[in-house]
Design a binder for this molecule. Structure first.
Ligand code: NAD
Length: 293
């Protein structure tokens, strides 16, 4: 297939490279020259506008920073410029309302479109092991699935348009809250004089077990190797966790959902980000919980 890829940053760069590896011809566009030159090194053809990149393609994939940018790129330069039969896939993390609106506009213009945000960070994007949660009609999902499979290990149909974004922010709200609960627990265990490796051995086999503890332990030297073992560099940045929690709070308000733990997680990550820690992995919040204690 010929696929246009818009937004080849930390995530999109690796994803586009995996489409090339799978045998697709990839037309790349990004506002950043550096991103475009890396895309070229990875075998993409590069273009100087979205409109040029989407001309004559079978599919358009986007991986952009936020909903405003996604809405503008699709309204101004994709709809009416990509061929009518093309399938459109937005893999960015954006708010549910914008995702639904962009898809409704695409459908009105004669396209199939899915929202297909991802779980997994830069390493998973490079390795082609992302998990995609997809919102859209059955027909749109069936068309999107083979393309997404080239970039991920799991592609799950979450439901109608917007359901991919809804699943993503629900998952990340749970992750933010569970990471904080794990961090405050280890900080308290230390104060109570427990050896942290011993506590890990107990809790990871007891009812406190959770992903933030056993796959992403925030304590250096305990559990598997994680960003905590690399001074909280790499991994999933605090600023991105905060972005997702803000989207979750917006979504909660829009349906009148009571989310006290999500709300508290959003407050704590906002404070941690404001203190200059936005670039650190989100598990670094254990440092502020220790300090406050
Ligand atoms: P990034 O900032 O590294 O990449 C975004 C790219 O989009 C940049 O290269 C930028 O130049 C480009 N861009 C911005 N406006 C553009 C426009 N109008 N036209 C073309 N290109 C444009 O961000 P990222 O980390 O790759 O994240 C991308 C998306 O993936 C975000 O929505 C983010 O929330 C989501 N996400 C990121 C991670 C992660 O770990 N980084 C994990 C899951 C989901």
């Amino acid at each position: 297939m010929k696929i246009a890829f818009i937004g080849l940053g930390n995530m999109g760069g690796g994803m586009a490279a995996n489409l090339v590896r799978a045998g697709h011809a990839v037309n790349a566009f990004d506002l950043s020259r550096d991103a475009l030159s890396r895309a070229q090194d990875n075998g993409c053809a590069t273009f100087s506008s979205v409109r040029d990149a989407v001309a004559g393609v079978d599919a358009v994939v986007s991986m952009l920073p936020n909903g405003k940018i996604v809405a503008r790129v699709f309204a101004d330069d994709v709809l009416g410029h990509a061929p009518q039969g093309a399938i459109l896939l937005d893999c960015s993390t954006i708010d549910v309302g914008t995702a639904r609106q962009v898809t409704a506009d695409a459908v009105a213009a004669g396209y199939d479109m899915v929202d297909a945000p991802v779980s997994g960070g830069i390493a998973a994007a490079n390795a082609g092991t992302l998990t995609f949660m997809v919102g859209g009609t059955g027909t749109a999902f069936a068309r999107a699935e083979p393309i997404l499979s080239c970039m991920g290990k799991a592609v799950i149909h979450a439901g109608a348009s917007g359901a991919g974004q809804a699943a993503k922010i629900c998952n990340n709200m749970l992750l933010g809250a569970s990471m904080i609960a794990t961090c405050e627990t280890f900080a308290m265990a230390e104060k109570l004089g427990l050896d942290l490796q011993t506590f890990y051995d107990i809790s990871s086999k007891a009812s406190g077990q959770n992903w933030s503890m056993t796959s992403y332990c925030p304590v250096p030297g305990v559990g598997p190797t994680t960003p905590a073992d690399n001074e909280y560099q790499g991994g999933f940045a605090t600023a991105l966790m905060l972005k997702d929690l803000k989207l979750a709070m917006e979504a909660a308000q829009s349906v009148n959902a009571d989310v006290p733990m999500g709300e508290r997680a959003a407050e704590l990550y906002a404070q941690f980000d404001k203190a200059g820690n936005g670039g650190l992995d989100f598990s670094a919040i254990i440092q502020s919980l220790k300090d406050q204690a």
